[in-house]
Write a protein that binds this ligand. Structure first.
Ligand code: ZN
Length: 414
């Protein structure tokens, strides 16, 4: 995942343009994607697909012609969606067009998608080092009729019911807030493709906000098949896992994530729904009302370096990506294995000893506790996640107990 991140980092991504296409092409080598191009001007619900934006060059040169700021060195240097400009400015005039970050060493990440503007992003130190005098500014961008590009993969399972995994592909050179979610989903796609699955898994890689809206507007049938969903972002930093519940707050995905995080025994945070944040806002809007939560480590804008060049390879690490991947796989396992059963011998406690289900005389082992809790609560109203919640036993223990009871015909599907 870290290696893939290093490959994707220099590609100049934005809401639209060739950087998104290159990114999706590279992801396709991990998990084959179906690419959709939505033309500029297309109406999607209350939004309109903007013009496509591409950058040929962008730089600031001093009076001697030295390029003191260059997009070729960092795609963060240009205000996203800057309109084309070529002019000479005094340092004072140039300052009006420059964005800086409160940390003097970091280049901020700024965009102006829906208002025409242009500008440059510099570290405060870089700005302070510019001498008085005239500067030549070149914003060699093309803002033209084109397309918005997104990619998706459907990994089929036994049923057509879908588990949606979504991330955004619109941020330039930023590691945690964007690339971590991209590489996590690519790796999940590779892993899921090797598995026998109950649900079908749809991976969506699209530019933020308008990307999911484009997908939602074009896929009403698939939307109707979504049973669970997660939006992946900021999964590479050292913070504990953070889960933001779906709008309803009690969906199976909410309960699955919460039981997995509880079972991890590690510090984590559960947040109730709130109507700002990432693409979960679109999936949970009342018209769609999909059970989609957001699973991250430190949420966006809570970690140092957020939306700046400080969100780099010093912030993220392979071990945190791996830990996030394991968490996602555990959630998928919980949802895959979750079922509602009834006790098939409900009149009195079935005699476990004669079936060899008591491992030792006297009992009291965790396995026995899981058997007894499962028999006691399997009345057709609680699913296995519910039994894990109520018993305070790990989901894995309850799942194993259910498997053993099924082998002995002591449980039956509700
Ligand atoms: Zn962001």
């Amino acid at each position: 995942m870290i290696e893939l991140m290093r490959e994707l980092y220099p590609i100049p991504r934005s809401l639209t343009g060739d950087g998104v296409r290159q990114t999706l092409a590279r992801i396709s080598q991990e998990v084959p994607l179906e690419i959709t191009e939505v033309p500029t001007g297309t109406q999607v619900f209350d939004w309109t697909v903007p013009r496509e934006w591409n950058v040929d060059e962008a730089w600031i040169a001093d009076a001697d012609g030295n390029r003191v700021v260059d997009f070729a060195k960092s795609s963060l240097h240009l205000l996203g969606y800057s309109v084309p400009v070529r002019e000479r400015l005094s340092l004072g005039e140039l300052r009006e067009r420059v964005f800086t970050h409160e940390n003097p060493d970091w280049i901020p990440y700024r965009t102006s998608y829906y208002t025409e503007n242009w500008g440059f992003c510099l570290s405060q130190r870089q700005l302070d080092s510019l001498a008085d005098g005239d500067y030549e500014v070149c914003v060699g961008t093309r803002l033209e009729e084109g397309h918005l590009t997104y990619g998706e993969a459907l990994i089929p399972g036994e049923t057509q019911d879908e588990f949606l995994l979504s991330t955004y592909v619109c941020h330039p050179a930023l590691c945690n807030d964007n690339l971590s979610g991209v590489v996590l989903l690519a790796e999940l796609g590779r892993r899921l493709a090797e598995r026998k699955l109950r649900y079908s898994y749809r991976l969506l890689f699209s530019p933020g906000t308008i990307g999911p809206l484009c997908w939602l507007s074009r896929n009403p049938d698939a939307v109707g098949r979504i049973r669970h969903g997660l939006v992946a972002s900021c999964v590479g930093d050292p913070g504990g896992m953070t889960y933001k519940r779906s709008r309803g707050g009690e969906a199976e995905i909410d309960r699955a994530v919460e039981v997995v995080l509880r079972d991890s025994g590690r510090e984590h945070a559960i947040l109730d729904w709130f109507p700002y944040g990432g693409d979960e806002r679109q999936f949970n809007s009342p018209g769609f009302d999909l059970p989609v939560g957001a699973l991250s480590r430190s949420p966006a804008d809570t970690f140092p370096g957020y939306h700046s060049s400080g969100d780099d390879f010093d912030l993220v690490a392979a071990e945190w990506l791996e830990d996030s991947l394991e968490t996602y796989l555990a959630v998928i396992d919980a949802v895959e294995r979750n079922r509602t059963y009834v006790n098939a011998s409900p009149y009195g406690e079935p005699q476990l000893g004669k079936r060899g289900l008591y491992r030792s005389v006297g009992g009291g082992s965790p396995q026995e506790a899981a058997l007894l809790w499962t028999l006691s609560l399997a009345d057709g109203t609680l699913d296995l996640i519910g039994i894990a919640e109520r018993s305070a036993l790990p989901f894995a223990a309850i799942r194993e107990a259910a498997d053993r009871l099924l082998e002995h015909d002591l449980l039956a599907p509700a």
